[in-house]
Design a protein around this ligand. Sequence first.
Ligand SMILES: Cc1cc2nc3c(=O)[nH]c(=O)nc-3n(C[C@H](O)[C@H](O)[C@H](O)COP(=O)(O)O)c2cc1C
Length: 305
Amino acid sequence: MNPNLKVNIGKLNLKNPVLVASGTFGYAEEFKDFIDLKKLGAIVTKTITLNPRKGNPPPRTCETPAGMLNSIGLENPGIEGFLKEKLPFLKKLGVPIIVSIASEGGQEEFITLAKRLDKIKEISAIELNISCPNIKESARLISQDAKTTYKVVKAARSVTRKTLITKLSPNVTDIAEIALAAERAGSDAVSLVNTLAGMSINVKTGKPKIAAIAGGLSGPAIRPVAVRMVWEVYQKIKIPVIGMGGIIDTESALEFLIAGASAVSIGTANFINPRSTAEIISGLRDYIIQNKISDINELVGSLRV
Ligand SMILES: Cc1cc2nc3c(=O)[nH]c(=O)nc-3n(C[C@H](O)[C@H](O)[C@H](O)COP(=O)(O)O)c2cc1C
């Protein structure tokens, strides 16, 4: 039996549904000694901005029960640095490259970045990171408001024909409402979730464990929240969902597929076991063979209620 692991996200045809989550896999070169990068469904880059950013002062991460807190602050070489220093390695891989972008200000920066990336044929898709806890338009994240989400996605949509993915924040009351706004504005897919707002304190010193005081919580600790959000969004929208949040093995990846994700991204698990992605890809193949499922897409949203 040769089961189908291929999935479609917008115009992208992926050989399997396993991606890496932005910011947890660098620009892929960092992982070349651990796994065969060519086996990945797609690679999502660390978020880039127009100008280089140094990120937040250390400490920027700390461990928490079943997870971690981070406040990296979007350290990145800026778009020109990315194109010059990072893209040459990525484009040789023959794996779809999804470039994550964010704005340090309003929607203009998203337009500039999307326009620039649209011209580069080796880039397969653009992920709009409108959910980074460190980049805020007014007091809120773009993805905490349906109208602002619509406006930013629509603006990016107007300058690129590449597959457009909108990354959503779990720090909202109704994530399906935000996903619907992204869909209406022309997004080809949504990815969820980004990190949950969190905070951790060193009681010996009375100080916060990370310098930014609060940060983003990720890892298995957030998985039930993320699975619930994927399920809620899946029921409301027609475009594909890319699910993430605490996936560490085949079983946790399956939870997301069954809840309605067409593909999954592996994030924090890369820091614990840099081979997680490869193990999950072969684990998913074994699972569908054992369960006599000919096409992995049959699992998507197959939750029995
Ligand atoms: C150290 C670190 C850096 C991250 N940087 C980014 C980023 O640059 N852009 C982004 O969209 N998400 C970023 N994320 C969020 C992840 O892509 C992912 O949405 C989140 O961690 C949940 O998945 P996980 O629990 O599997 O890690 C980062 C997460 C971590 C832990």
